[in-house]
Design a protein around this ligand. Structure first.
Ligand code: UD1
Ligand code: UDP
Length: 378
């Protein structure tokens, strides 16, 4: 009897969060003889992508190296579409997988669709209901949803959103979010090799006895006035002697310029370079509160029992808010400071948010996705 050839699966990703959320699936597919796993990175992000590839031990088969300083959405999307199309023509995959809502994911899905290749969507069905928040991600994921073959929804809420858009229910599967697989993996790696997350020791010593607020910020819709407000809030809260802010600053120049100008040189604020994933997991674990506009951090902080204040007007991840571990605080300085102060000064308010709660997954999402892919290829 002849064994059938393994199905060739092309995974396309390009930014830090996509890499974090797809490395568990790459590991799972590479370990499974039913699949031949080919990795193409667009390198929409360069350094922040490479940090993840290195920790996860992934060497891409194709690297488009598209990133340009302060890239525009137009040029980025055009380069992605042509580059990814060429890789698909060369690789001739049976299926393509994209994750989330970035320009790389959208262009990857479109290039696959133009070749009539089935494209499967990991983290499908997130919807804020507002095409300007987050921008342009809300539209990117709707575009991907229009073309996807299999929709791997992280939660029941995401599944329901797809069904409301008349997606065939048989094509939608609730798998949990692979970010929790990634988090479990990295926590286990740190337990095995504590030195992987030991690089914050100097900062931890400098801020000993202070209450740490971990911050990240990068959303395009917050550029300009939103970033100014966020910086003002951080300046104000860091004036408290009992508080220290650790802020790994995203490499986007629109973020760095404002934060460097407004926050450099403050005693209680450490502006640092983007952390690799083990160090970021360490930051969440030593922080009392996370303050962020990130998608991924909204999912990870609740999983580690940390209250997360979300600097957005709306969220496509309502599960954390419903569970009481996340709160939307917008991007007005006074509101951010008020919400932070409440958590710092009102123990009951803090305790009600500081519960390990995991609406986003159980760490088995990649395993489920692999089995669903296996059923699909028959
Ligand atoms: C992108 C995604 C966003 C995602 C975010 C995660 C789009 C449109 N945006 O936004 O959905 O939430 O990544 O972080 O897909 N840069 C570097 N080195 C890096 C990464 C970025 O220098 O490793 C700088 C470059 O100047 C680059 C700029 O940041 O041009 C913007 O990168 P880009 O991927 O276009 O946008 P992000 O804001 O990172
Ligand atoms: N992250 C990281 N280092 C940092 C900041 C964030 O490894 O310095 C991780 C974080 O744990 C999460 C992901 O990056 O998994 C979130 O990426 P980002 O906020 O850039 O994008 P988003 O999730 O908003 O799309």
């Amino acid at each position: 009897m002849t064994e059938s050839a393994p199905a060739r699966i092309l995974l396309v990703f390009g930014t830090r969060p996509e890499a974090i959320k797809l490395f568990p699936l790459v590991h799972a597919l590479k370990a499974d003889p039913r699949f031949e796993c080919v990795v193409c990175v667009s390198a929409q992000h360069r350094q922040m992508l490479d940090q993840v590839l290195e920790i996860a031990g992934i060497v891409p088969d194709h690297d488009l190296d598209v990133m340009q300083p302060d890239q525009t959405l137009d040029a980025l999307t055009a380069n992605l579409l042509t580059g990814l199309g060429k890789v698909m023509d060369a690789v001739k995959p049976d299926r393509v997988i994209v994750q989330g809502d970035t320009a790389t994911a959208m262009a990857g899905a479109l290039a696959a669709y133009y070749r009539k290749l089935p494209v499967d969507h990991v983290e499908a069905g997130l919807r804020s209901g507002n095409i300007h928040h987050p921008w342009p991600e809300e539209v990117n994921r709707k575009i991907i949803g229009a073309m996807a073959s299999l929709h791997f929804a992280p939660t029941d809420t995401a599944q329901a959103a797809l069904l409301r858009e008349n997606v065939d229910p048989a094509r939608v599967h609730v798998t949990g979010n692979t970010v929790i697989d990634a988090l479990h993996w990295v926590v286990a790696e740190i337990e095995r090799q504590p030195e992987l997350a030991a690089g914050l020791a100097d900062l931890e010593a400098r801020f000993a006895g202070k209450r740490i607020i971990g911050v990240t910020s990068h959303r395009r819709e917050n550029f300009g006035e939103g970033m100014e407000q966020i910086a003002r809030a951080i300046r104000e809260i860091a004036a408290r002697p009992d508080v220290a802010v650790i802020f790994p600053v995203h490499l986007n120049p629109n973020v760095r310029k404002v934060m460097n100008e407004r926050l450099s040189g403050l005693d209680n604020v450490a502006l640092i370079e983007p952390l690799d994933y083990p160090h970021f997991a360490r930051l969440i674990s030593i922080a009392e509160i996370m303050l962020t506009d990130s998608g991924g951090v909204q999912e990870e902080a609740p999983a580690l029992g940390k209250p997360v204040l979300v600097m957005r007007e709306t969220t496509e991840r309502p599960e954390g808010v419903a569970a009481g571990t996340a709160r939307l605080v917008g991007t007005t300085a006074s509101k951010i400071v008020t919400e932070l102060s409440t958590l710092l000064d009102d123990n009951m308010a803090y305790e009600s948010m500081a519960r390990a709660h995991n609406p986003f997954g159980d760490g088995q999402s990649s395993r489920r996705i692999v089995e669903l892919l296996a059923s699909e290829i028959g």
